[in-house]
Write a protein that binds this ligand. Structure first.
Ligand SMILES: [Cu+2]
Length: 130
């Protein structure tokens, strides 16, 4: 009886609905730079996700978060910069060349993003029980 309640709760847990900008199921996301804009300017990812920025235009850009400590070098066209986000929180960053070129990465704790439903798949549980 208790197990039934647990499974019902897990089945109704939204697993991926809150990260619409994180393409695919793997822990990776991409932000492009074009028209002096980060695209998308705000993304929400699970803890442990590696975000890769790609400059798609001739104008050089940087990715700088002075508070949290990541900083790319100057990114020429088609150059990439990656950073893996672990602590949950909001990461505001800018392009140091154009300080009004801003972006944000929102990092959520991993428990809300699929690890729970993979570990506690209901049809797998009975085989684990004695
Ligand atoms: Cu820039």
């Amino acid at each position: 009886m208790r197990l039934t309640v647990l499974f019902t709760a897990l089945a109704s847990t939204p697993c991926l609905a809150e990260e619409p900008n994180n393409a695919g199921a793997g822990p990776a996301a991409t932000v492009s730079m074009d028209h002096s804009t980060f695209i998308p300017s705000e993304i929400t990812v699970a803890s442990g996700t590696t975000v890769t920025w790609v400059n798609n235009e001739a104008m050089p850009h940087t990715v700088v978060d002075l508070i949290k400590g990541f900083r790319s070098k100057m990114l020429a066209k088609d150059t990439k910069f990656s950073f893996t986000f672990t602590p949950a929180g909001d990461y505001d960053y800018v392009c140091s060349i154009q300080p009004n070129m801003k972006g944000k990465v929102i990092v959520k704790p991993p428990g809300r993003y699929g690890f729970v439903h993979m570990r506690a798949t209901p049809w797998a549980m009975p085989r684990l029980l004695p």
